[in-house]
Design a protein around this ligand. Structure first.
Ligand SMILES: O=C(O)[C@@H](O)[C@H](O)[C@H](O)C(=O)CO
Length: 506
């Protein structure tokens, strides 16, 4: 609701009254794009005693459904409501634009993981002029464990930000890298619209150099009914794709593919039954990207076809591509080899009607023209850590002392952090801060080794404590609140750079 309409409805058209309200609004930092009217009540966000609150002006039936205090605001009776989970649930019911939507066939889509809970305004600025469907709420179980956050908190942070910004173009919520039924049920109960099922625990990573005899012996141990069904579908068969590319299944690769992937089908089927019980559509993504070897085209086709044969409809699938997709840095590998394999994966995805999901999808600028071209926009690019790095860029530019402290701490924790993430940077490769002036610190965010150091140590930095108190967390959030405009700008620039390279931003 435009500020002028709000002001005139609230205090009438007298210039004096509107001026007084505007001064009050300035003092309380009313977020003008958050103003909504529902029935007799006005809803908006404002800073009250330095804390963001939901203000509901003019009593109505809505007063009771939000918890908070009755106070006076600008001379009016108001409910001043904390941005807690109960009120976020009520907000999503009253203002549907603050609740996540399913991606469906809206393409392209981009996952914008936010490890801090404060990135959504910048993400909105980045996508609002584009055709891209954003997943603003996206965190993996790994990220939640490392930051001590919950799926509720991730979605609530997004709903409040979407309300604050008055963003009404829709967003999705991806519960990422779930590994069991309980995690899926939790995410669905909260209202997530996308489930990314991590099949790692059901993938049998065969020993490199396994002999045919060893393969055959392991294959013979699989139940006959399974083998018969699969052999009749694939063994010694060739499938020709639209580009005339042939997928051949001989004994060697057939045994390898079956032994590696056959168990994920039952796992996916169990989870799919949960999803089908939902009253609304859910985007189902199958993630097989965290394997020791790249996903071959024949393996992708086999998994997609077996999911289809078992009646499991997926919206996206994340294979492991050739080369190296490491956190926070560009692709490592031959672009020609990547393109040769990627276009076949894109063709297989097209044939089965799902889209490719590019995990560790940020910063792969050398690949984006290839990805955009061969998917023609039917693709999901997943990012997260790069949004954390942009927050650190703003820190380096504005509080060098705090940046130095967390950088040194990150170096101390790097070995522990590598237990959670596969990155090639070794501690010895990491640039030493001592030689850099304060003005040079932000240049570290352009150096791969420094980016990987900071990218994977986020949880250790945020959770670091001394004598029970946070070493950095409170100082960092206070800093980012003060520099929220710079952070928005940095994110907008950085994510638009991704979208332009992908060809998704004119
Ligand atoms: O760090 C994580 O666990 C997530 O960001 C995860 O890697 C996610 O699926 C991703 O690929 C984001 O780029």
């Amino acid at each position: 609701m435009p500020w002028r309409d709000f002001a005139e409805e609230l205090v009438g058209t007298s210039k004096e009254a509107i001026k007084k309200l505007a001064e009050y609004a300035e003092d309380y930092r009313i977020y003008p794009r958050s103003i909504n009217k529902l029935g007799k009540s006005f809803f908006f966000l404002a800073k009250v005693e330095q804390k963001k609150k939901l203000i509901i002006l003019n009593e109505s039936k809505h007063f009771e459904s939000f918890n908070g205090e009755i106070e006076e605001f600008a001379g009016f009776k108001a409910k001043v409501a904390p941005l807690n989970h109960h009120n976020a649930q009520r907000l999503r019911k009253l203002f549907p634009h603050t609740a996540p939507k399913v991606l469906g066939n809206k393409n392209p889509s981009i996952g914008l993981g936010d490890r801090l809970g404060i990135a959504t305004p910048g993400h909105i600025d980045a996508v609002k002029e584009s055709e891209v469907m954003p997943v603003f709420a996206q965190q993996s179980v790994r990220e939640l464990n490392l930051t001590n956050r919950s799926f509720e908190a991730v979605l609530d942070d997004v709903s409040w930000a979407v309300f604050q910004e008055g963003y009404e173009d829709g967003f999705a919520a991806d519960a990422d890298h779930l590994k069991n039924k309980n995690e899926v049920e939790t995410a669905l109960d909260i209202g997530y619209t996308m489930i990314t099922l991590d099949c790692t625990d059901y993938i049998n990573n065969l020993r490199e150099g396994i002999t045919f005899q060893e393969l055959k012996a392991q294959y013979e141990e699989i139940a006959d009914y399974l083998k018969d069904g699969l052999e009749s579908q694939y063994l010694n068969k060739t499938f020709v794709l639209g580009s005339n590319h042939e997928l051949e299944y001989n004994k060697m690769n057939f045994y390898k593919i079956v032994l590696t992937y056959y168990q994920i089908i039952d796992f996916a089927k169990e989870i799919y039954h949960l999803i089908k019980k939902e009253s609304k559509e859910i985007d189902f993504e199958i993630s097989i990207d965290e394997t020791s070897l790249p996903t071959s085209a024949e393996a992708h086709f086999f998994v997609a076809n077996e999911l289809k044969r078992n009646g499991i409809n997926i919206n996206s699938l994340a294979p492991r591509f050739v080369g190296s997709f490491e956190k926070g840095i560009d692709y490592i590998g031959s672009l020609d080899k990547f393109e040769k394999h990627f276009k076949i994966h894109a063709e297989i995805a097209d044939r089965f009607g799902h889209k490719l999901s590019i995990h560790s999808g940020s910063d792969k600028f050398s690949l984006y023209p290839i990805i955009g071209h061969h998917t023609k926009g039917r693709v999901h690019v997943k990012t997260a850590g790069t949004n954390w790095l942009e927050a650190l860029r703003v820190l380096a530019e504005n509080d060098p002392a705090l940046f130095r402290d967390i950088y040194y701490y990150a170096q101390k924790k790097y070995k522990d952090a590598k237990e959670y993430y596969h990155v090639s940077t070794e501690l010895v490769d990491i640039p030493d801060l001592a030689r850099l002036s304060d003005k040079e610190l932000s240049e570290l965010l352009e150096i791969d080794e420094a980016r990987q150091l900071l990218h994977i140590t986020y949880g250790f930095i945020l959770e670091a404590k001394k004598d029970g108190d946070y070493l950095f967390r409170d100082k960092l959030y206070k800093f980012w609140e003060k520099h929220d405009k710079e952070y928005r700008k940095a994110l907008e620039f950085h994510i638009i750079k991704h979208l332009k390279k992908l060809g998704f931003y004119n």
